[in-house]
Design a binder for this molecule. Sequence first.
Ligand code: SDX
Length: 396
Amino acid sequence: KTGAFTFDPGFMSTAACKSSITYIDGDKGELMYRGYPIEQLAVNCDYLETCYLLKHGELPSKAQYDDFTKTVREHTMVHEQLTRLYQGFRRDAHPMAILVGMVGSLSAYYQDSLDISNPEHRTIAAMRLIAKMPTITAMAYKYTIGEPFMYPRNDLDYSSNFLHMMFATPCEKYEPNPVLARALDRILILHADHEQNASTSTVRLSGSSGANPFACIAAGIACLWGPAHGGANEACLVMLDDIMKQGGVEKIGEFIAQVKDKNSSVKLMGFGHRVYKNYDPRAKLMRETCHEVLNELGLQDDPMFKLAMALEKIALEDEYFVSRKLYPNVDFYSGIVQKAMGIPVSLFTGIFAMARTIGWIAQWNEMIGDPEQKIGRPRQLYTGAPRRDVKPMAFR
Ligand code: SDX
């Protein structure tokens, strides 16, 4: 028994770790950060408030929020030398490849404060990562389109600042649309943490050896990139695009037949989940956000959105999906929202990484701060050859 929840021993035997940060009930479709339901956080808080909650375990008072956001603002710029590191990448490099490299390189710029046994250093690293991820991500985008980097504007809130660094140029005034900024902030909240998913487990495992936080977060970014994980929102848009090219809604039947075909590896990207065997609560909120953004931009008749709604309807009614409990997950609508906002598909997972940075940091901190924690060392089920002796090559 751990306070409010009772785990059956069987569950604990498969649990990777104990954590007090995020709770998911996959069957009920419930998600809570530090005990607060995601539905309430997404409506009543902003992303930095959620960062404070995940990092400190409590929602901030006004004074604590002001202090936290002030510290973030003081660290939004990156070391000027780091801006030159982008030159080493090809212009057509995938932004996730750039993010893995750039975040890992932060270890080289801030090595004077990387003693992870020092809680001070852990806090400095955490605040630097929260503050710099939008700058590094926007710079990755600007670099790939050959536009000059835009410096952070500390008079803007976190999400507006990111949109400004993404879409402003030195040639003309650009003021971020507050509706889009609020939508982005909600996307960040919904992606902020998610218990022991693959990338968080990667961060924990690499952190358990004592590696520095920047290197651990870079490892998490690498894992998130995969299409079965964070790369699903990009893969979902590619899937919708392909169906549109083949004829759109009229072609859904053929596509669904491919998905159902036992011999085909085609999956309905943005559907299914390792844990949620009910509707992903984030997908519901993402769907609302999608409607808001499309209405704001006059895109409510967007054919891709209509296609997505048609796919969702089939998945919620068709026996193949219903029997396998394949509901839309967070990635299904997040791609459509971001595409409508003008964010390139290749950057969707980068924004997921930006959002998840606080979750990775909170989980890494919890692990490092646990006096009983040891280096992770998963075992295996050996299925190889039995013991045998080496024969000299002449006899092989
Ligand atoms: C994220 O872990 C997290 O918390 C992750 C995440 C986070 O916030 O960190 O929530 C973010 O990664 C969300 C998931 C994004 N991925 C996708 O949308 C990719 C598409 N989804 C699938 O790859 C799949 O659903 C998984 C990997 C997400 C989950 O797979 P499971 O739960 O292991 O399911 P399974 O592989 O055991 O499949 C069960 C059955 C199989 O069919 P049968 O063998 O029973 O005939 O369902 C089928 C699968 O083939 N199936 C799908 C499907 N997902 C599973 N069939 C069609 N389309 C799909 N998407």
